[in-house]
Design a protein around this ligand. Structure first.
Ligand code: FAD
Length: 456
């Protein structure tokens, strides 16, 4: 592949940083990933990604994007002990009116595993790239701007021995999760900050791992139990993990939050709309403590609306947009963004892009194309407005969206083709515009008219 630059630096070795580094490796002589944590040699949780102790679902789009970046990635997961799941069949989905939702094999294989296992698998594959170096215990302190503030020319970081080092670079990718380094850089050069769209939900998460009991008489491999909007936001997710274990994450919005006490965790499971998860874990052996996590708001930083943006800098993944974790989208969106980055770099290397090899304009092209990628997952995140306490810019057509969503659930329950379509959109394989098919719209409208209260 054509080369674009000599040195690229990625801040953060989460899923966003590791996948971005893979994309860069084809186009830069050297890619350096700087991670503040000590990276475990095994697939175990670490401090910098506390979410790693909670259930993580990998959507089909994310699985495919990872396989695009790392050929044979699904086999890597299987070798690491990930549990194969038939989409639509193996996870019992419980939602109001459907306990359970009809189960059908929709024709795809996915995998369930811990987040540390996914990250470990991605990291191992990245380390096979000879031009990528991963330095742990290196905390990036700030991004270094050129004298005129027009571009980022390097990063300053505290290295393994605690000494400050600066490295010059053609491109910095900020995959630090928070995006704090990008925002601090913009402030320091007097640049405008991106506008933000937020959805305030105050989600509380508690998670615990159990040994799958030998006598577990269940006909599922996982369970997803939804609450009932607008009054009950309590839900639970049970997924199998490598090593014959289950991970159970329970959560609620706006203060309905499970505690870290194991007995209270069980009581919270019992308070869900159905008893399926409680019945499964009440007699099961617990492994370790209950882990907790608080998530205040989904946030989308609109870098695309800025009139200018410093060259040589690209925020990515959670640093741009992070979603309420209950929808299980973050890792998949991160991997899809890395594929988009690789595509844009390829266009530059091939001379197809109007701005040639110029990395100063890379971010602007990335932000522009990212809008289409984020539209569907963000639309999913707006479902939080079904709960009246949710803060933020409620979409004007929210009531209609919720009603249409209810009709789609009914159609999907009855019709395998619609079930497959909704699974494709939920898994970000198709955009939500796939629902705009005229024949389908007609069916939806007819059902809505039937359900509408009649005059007189
Ligand atoms: C409770 C919870 C559950 C979730 N469940 C799911 C799920 O089911 N499915 C799903 O797809 N997604 C889920 N997510 C989201 C997912 O974890 C992230 O969206 C995804 O991993 C992308 O994150 P990232 O790589 O951008 O950032 P992170 O995962 O936050 O990684 C950032 C990395 O940067 C490092 N770093 C930060 N600052 C510096 C610095 N200054 N110098 C050096 N290194 C630095 C950190 O140590 C970390 O390693 C969940 C999130 C949470 C909170």
């Amino acid at each position: 592949m054509g080369r674009i630059g000599k040195q690229a630096v990625v801040v953060g070795a989460g899923i966003g940083g590791l996948t971005a580094a893979r994309a860069l490796a084809d186009f830069f002589d050297h890619v350096l990933v700087l991670e503040r944590d000590t990276l475990p040699s095994e697939a175990t949780p670490r401090a910098g990604t506390p979410q790693g102790r909670h259930a993580h679902a990998l959507l089909l789009s994310g699985q495919r994007a990872l396989a695009e970046l790392f050929t044979g990635f699904e086999q890597d997961l299987a070798r690491a002990g990930a549990v194969p799941l038939r989409v639509g069949l193996d996870v019992r989905v419980e939602r109001p009116g459907y306990d359970p939702f009809p189960r059908r094999d929709l024709g795809w294989a996915s995998y369930a595993m811990s987040r540390p296992t996914i990250e470990h698998a991605v990291r191992s594959r990245l380390q096979e790239c000879s031009n990528v170096a991963l330095r742990q215990r290196c905390r990036v302190l700030d991004l270094v701007a050129s004298a005129d503030g027009a571009r980022v020319s390097g990063v300053r970081f505290g290295n393994e021995t605690g000494t400050a080092e600066t490295i010059a670079t053609d491109l910095v990718v900020d995959a630090s999760g928070s995006g704090a380094l990008t925002l601090a850089l913009l402030k320091s050069i007097g640049h405008a900050l991106p506008e933000e769209t937020t959805i305030g939900i105050d989600v509380g998460y508690s998670s615990c791992v159990y040994v799958i009991p030998d006598d577990a008489a269940v006909d599922w491999k996982g369970v997803m139990t939804f609450g009932e909007a607008p009054h009950n936001s309590r839900g639970g997710l049970l997924l199998p993990l490598e090593g014959e274990r289950w991970i159970v994450s329970l959560g609620g919005r706006h203060g309905y939050v499970p505690s870290a006490d194991p007995e209270e965790f069980l009581a919270f499971a019992r308070s869900l709309r159905t008893q399926t998860i409680y019945n499964a874990i009440s007699g099961a052996e617990r492994v370790g403590d209950v882990a907790r996590y608080g998530f205040r708001e989904s946030i989308w930083r609109h870098f695309e609306r800025l009139e200018t943006f410093p060259g040589g800098l690209l925020p990515i993944a959670d640093a741009i947009c992070r979603f309420n974790p209950v929808y299980g989208q973050g890792m998949s969106v991160a991997a899809l963004e890395a594929c988009l980055l690789r595509k844009l770099l390829g266009e530059r290397a091939d001379g197809v892009a109007a701005d040639g090899l110029d990395t100063d304009r890379l971010a602007r092209g990335f932000f522009a194309e990212l809008q289409a990628l984020l539209d569907t997952p963000w639309s999913v995140a707006t479902l939080d407005f079904a709960f009246p306490e949710t803060r933020g810019q409620r979409p004007a057509d929210m009531e209609m969206r919720l009603r249409v969503g209810g009709v789609f659930a009914r159609l999907a329950a009855e019709d395998a083709e619609i079930h497959k379509l909704t699974a494709e959109v939920q898994n970000l394989l198709k955009p939500r515009s796939a629902y705009a098919d005229p024949a389908l719209r007609q069916r939806v409208m007819a059902l809505m008219a039937d359900a509408a209260p009649r005059a007189g």
